[in-house]
Each structure stands twice: as C-alpha cells, then as structure tokens.
Design a protein around this ligand. Structure first.
Ligand code: G4F
Length: 328
C-alpha cells in the first residue's frame, strides 16, 4: 500500500519541492492550502501547477482546530510535514499577534489531533535558525541554546519545544528540522535572494533602474531548497525521532549575493544598488551559521549546491520568466 503524506503549506517553495520528492518516492500526497490562495491562483498555486493532477488538495486553515481534527481523521496520513507558517522575519509590531497565533496554534492543533486520533503518524516541524537568534556559540548545532531575537524566531522556538514535548511526554514520533536559509527559483519575492535576482532580471530587461536593499554586510548560511526538503523526509524515515540542524556551514554576505547576481548579466552592482535604511533590521548582530555534522552522520545528508550557482540559476530563471511576460 502507498504511504500517505500530508503537507501543510504545500504551495510554498519547500512544500512544492517536497510534494515532488514524495510523489517520486511513491507516496499518496495530500496538501493543505488556505482558501486565499485561490483568490490569486497564478501567484499562489504556481509552484504546484506541475503536480496538481497528482496530489489531493484540501482547502482549509491549519489553525482551525476542528478542521485539522477532521482532516487527520479522514486522511490518516503516515507522515505530516508542517511547513505552513507566517515565515517572513518581520519586525513590524502590528504583525506580531498574527505570527505568534498562527505559528504556534497550528502546530498545537496538529499535534493534539495526532495524539488523540492517529498517534502512529510521524510529524515534521519546520523549525528555523532564527530560533538561535543571538546565539552563544558559532557554528550552532542541536545543543546550542535557543535565544531568539525576532517574534518569528520566538514563535518557531515555541513550536519546536511543543513538538519535542509531544515526543517525550506522549511518545509521538516528532522531528524538528532546524533549517538555515534555503533558496531556489521558487523563493518568495520578498526574501533577499529572490528580491535581488528578480530585480537584476528586470534591470537587464530594461524594466527597472535601481534596487533598494537594507544591510549589505548582513551574512547568512544559504543552501538549496530541493536538498533541504530531502533532509525533512530523511528525518521522518529513521528508526527514532530527533532534531537536526540543516545548513551548509558557510557564511556569505548580501553584498556577495548582489555582486554575483549582477555579474551574471555583466553589470556592476554599484551603479544600481541603493541602501535604504527602511530595509535594515534591528537585532541582527549575530551571523548565524550551522553545523550539520549530526545530520551528515545520522541521515547521510550533505549540502551540495553552493549559493553562487543557486543565484545564477535564479537570475537565468527570472530573465526567462520576464521574456515570457510573467509578472515578477
Ligand atoms: O531573505 P531574508 O528576508 O531571510 P531571513 O530573514 O534570513 O529568513 C529566512 O530564513 C530563515 C532561516 O531559515 C527562515 F526561518 C525564515 O522563514 C526565512 O526563510 O533576509 C536575509 C538577510 C537578512 O540578514 C536581512 O536583513 O538579508 C538581509 N537583507 C538586506 N537587505 C534583506 C534586505 N532582506 C530582505 N528581505 N530585504 C532586503 O532588502
């Protein structure tokens, strides 16, 4: 019999790559999307268009407890990947209640429903390097204490602790993936790599004349999204559950990304990039970099593609999209 998986946030970057990976590995794939996605299907469902006929889509909200209970009871999935979240690291005060409420409650409802109605189901929680925040040591690994500095990081830390608690107290098979930044041609346009590659493509095609960014010296540990979703699957397919850092272990600055993207179209970034303090973030003093040795040993997972080839792929993709009149 086919294994069944449910992915919340299937239409996002990670959800769509994970759906493809699971289908290729013989799974029956169910995906949860919010009804708002259907208001802008071209934009919000674009990532899953190629697999739309092969998956079962459920329209609902992960932070509607009754709906979640019904969904889990009716599908009875073998694995749940909880990827849906408010995932932009915003520092806007008015966004805080929604981020905390959605990110924490959705995780709680899923875990509580699994415990009550389908305790053999394995659960993946999408944690984040943001949970380390102002980390005490570098690089960070699974033993590094959490010290989040953004409301997003706080909400993710709470979800990860809850998920671990259901593992220890209720014996559920739950895994927390502590993923560092991971990019691809499906990255949302507001994240810095895609903001840069889509703007470079527009500049190269004469549709834009400058690019405004925040801190060019900010550094991140950037990996490749399709590789990171394989790590999620590997986590749920071990003998026992655990938490894993998934990272490249290499730090690069926003300036290096900008330089690389502009060099793909033979332009000098200094003629186009303006620093706008509105895009600066407070509390970003620490450059987080991950140590994924535990995942390398236990899961036999390794980061492969470096960020500069990912950026080249993204610029090429975005130029092609503009030529085909896709609005970026
Ligand atoms: O691309 P970003 O917005 O990603 P961020 O905040 O690191 O968060 C991403 O990765 C986390 C870790 O995996 C996830 F938890 C989270 O959900 C998300 O996927 O920003 C990257 C860096 C930051 O240092 C930011 O300050 O780029 C810097 N930056 C500089 N100028 C900018 C800009 N970021 C954005 N979005 N826009 C700018 O103009």
């Amino acid at each position: 019999m086919k294994k069944k998986a449910l992915i919340t946030g299937i239409n996002g970057q990670d959800g769509s790559y994970l759906a493809e990976w699971l289908l290729a590995n013989g799974y029956e794939v169910h995906g949860l999307v919010r009804s708002e996605a259907f208001a802008k299907p071209k934009e919000r469902l674009n990532n899953i268009l190629p697999v739309l006929d092969s998956i079962k889509l459920h329209v609902g909200d992960a932070h509607d407890s009754i709906y979640i209970t019904q969904l889990i009871s009716s599908i009875r999935p073998d694995e749940i990947y909880h990827l849906a979240a408010n995932s932009f690291v915003s520092h806007a005060l008015d966004a805080e209640p929604a981020i905390v409420e959605y990110n924490f409650n959705s995780t709680h409802y899923l875990l509580a429903s699994i415990k009550a109605y389908h305790p053999s189901c394995r659960f993946y929680f999408a944690g984040s390097s943001e949970m380390f925040g102002a980390a005490e040591n570098s690089p960070q690994n699974e033993l590094t204490p959490f010290n989040p500095r953004s409301i997003y990081g706080i909400s993710k830390m709470a979800g990860a602790i809850l998920s671990k608690n259901y593992r220890r107290t209720h014996n559920l098979f739950t895994c927390n993936g502590i993923l560092y930044n991971h990019e691809s041609v499906r990255r949302g346009l507001s994240f810095v790599t895609r903001k840069i590659t889509s703007s470079v493509a527009k500049i190269a095609c004469g549709q834009l004349h400058e690019l405004e960014l925040g801190n060019l010296e900010a550094k991140r540990d950037w990996g490749y999204a399709p590789e990171y979703v394989e790590a999620m699957w590997l986590m749920l397919n071990q003998e026992s559950p655990d938490d894993y850092v998934i990272a490249t272990g290499k730090l690069h600055s926003v300036r290096e990304i900008v330089e690389c993207a502009f060099s793909c179209v033979n332009l000098d970034y200094q003629n186009y990039v303006k620093v706008n303090p509105a895009f600066h973030r407070a509390n970003e003093a620490v450059s987080l970099v991950g140590d994924s040795s535990f995942a390398q040993q236990q899961l036999n997972w390794r980061p492969q593609k470096n960020i500069f080839s990912i950026i080249e792929e993204m610029v090429t993709h975005d130029i092609e999209a503009i030529k085909q009149e896709v609005v970026l």
